[in-house]
Design a protein around this ligand. Sequence first.
Ligand code: COA
Length: 159
Amino acid sequence: MRKLQPPAESFLIRTMTPEDMPEVMEIERIAFTNPWSPELLRRELTHDWSTILLAEEELAPGVRRLLGFAIFWVVHDELHILNVAVDPRHRRRGVARAVMHATLARGREPKCTMATLEVRRSNEAALALYRGLDFRAVGVRPNYYVDEGEDAIVMILDL
Ligand SMILES: CC(C)(COP(=O)(O)OP(=O)(O)OC[C@H]1O[C@@H](n2cnc3c(N)ncnc32)[C@H](O)[C@@H]1OP(=O)(O)O)[C@@H](O)C(=O)NCCC(=O)NCCS
């Protein structure tokens, strides 16, 4: 008999508020070598075109744990993903895939026709994540990441 795949975990997705800053910053700091500053993150919360979606799980009634987040902009008909990060203790559970699905759904709502992002050439985990969501590489921005002079791969997805 064919072995059935275990069902994918479901996570709670909601929009970030200023009260979530400490937990989001904690993940941002461990996930990236050059993390965004709290000021930059706080500024995103004030822009109409910017959204930060959180993925959480419920540990007990009313008790939630933050697992990861995605930051995106909707500008005209384009959904631009700026940042996706997951707590290292909770990786490979489908958290990034879930928050990306929710992000893409948000983009389809106001009729975006395309999703775009940049990713470091060496970031195999993120490249695999995006390819799995059907993003395709369409170009390279040489030395895009000034810290190490690393190239960015530009990826797009038709929505
Ligand atoms: C990239 C990142 C967001 C993935 O988060 P995650 O929750 O572990 O990813 P998921 O569990 O949803 O994985 C979805 C798919 O992505 C791919 N993937 C994720 N991590 C991977 C890894 N370490 N190696 C190879 N493929 C990986 C796989 O195809 C995976 O599907 P599978 O588990 O069924 O094989 C996470 O590793 C992270 O926060 N990295 C640091 C921050 C970062 O680089 N963000 C991206 C900036 S562009």
